[in-house]
Design a protein around this ligand. Structure first.
Ligand SMILES: C[S@@+](CC[C@H](N)C(=O)[O-])C[C@H]1O[C@@H](n2cnc3c(N)ncnc32)[C@H](O)[C@@H]1O
Length: 206
């Protein structure tokens, strides 16, 4: 039998200890991330029936499944280079958000009927070098903001995962000029040791 590496052993042990990872397993959710979006939604009521939604960084599909349950009869486009567990109605695009081919596919799906909501749980591959990871995470936040400029309708909302650190305050200030209300939140399901936070921006000014 193949032996697990030390870091993979640590990951398995942490998952076993982790309340939300156990809950996700027991309740049949794809990932513990499901609870992060649920908690964000419970606070900000961002998901509405029939909403047209773009989800960036969707794999393995925890958020995707929660959006499918909550925004019934809407439209969901889920983007990730990795496989996403999604329902038959969801348009899954395999690729990197920001790549020309992916942008073209989203253009086609959105057409003239702009979106109600853009969500990004995109995270860079962690290098371990804090400054590099921070810069990569801010680049991904920019990709999400560019998606709003292209496809989000006036009055629409944006949720973005970001890491606390250099560049975030300036980025949030920029967002405040483009949305009516911008908040930062750290749902309970987000690990306390992680620098991850979520920026929730409501009321896009097109
Ligand atoms: C934390 S995971 C997302 C978890 C997901 N929200 C869930 O509920 O299962 C971050 C994801 O971002 C994806 N990602 C990173 N850069 C991306 C990019 N440029 N475009 C699309 N996805 C990206 C990764 O492949 C990874 O699957």
């Amino acid at each position: 039998m193949a032996r697990r590496s030390k870091s993979s052993n640590r990951w398995v042990k942490r998952q076993e200890r982790d309340y939300f990872a156990r809950q996700a397993k027991e309740q049949g959710h794809v990932s513990r991330a499901h609870y992060k979006l649920q908690q964000i939604h419970e606070r900000f009521r961002i998901l509405k029936p029939r909403a047209r939604v773009l989800e960036l960084g969707a794999a393995p599909g925890g958020w995707t499944n929660y959006i499918e349950e909550t925004c019934s009869k809407g439209m969901l486009i889920a983007v990730d280079p990795l496989p996403v567990t999604a329902g038959a109605e969801t348009a899954v695009i395999e690729g990197l958000a920001g790549d020309v081919a992916v942008v073209e596919q989203i253009d086609e799906l959105v057409g003239d009927d702009l979106l109600d909501l853009v969500l990004s749980d995109m995270a860079p591959n962690i290098s371990g070098v804090r400054a590099v990871d921070q810069a990569r995470s801010m680049d991904l936040a920019d990709v999400a903001l560019e998606a709003c400029e292209r496809w989000l309708k006036s009055g629409g909302a944006l949720v973005v995962k970001a890491f606390q650190g250099e560049g975030l305050d300036e980025w949030v200030a920029e967002l405040r000029a483009r949305f009516k209300k911008v908040s930062m939140t750290k749902p309970k399901a987000s690990r306390s040791e992680s620098r991850e936070v979520f920026v929730v921006a409501i009321g896009y000014r097109r």
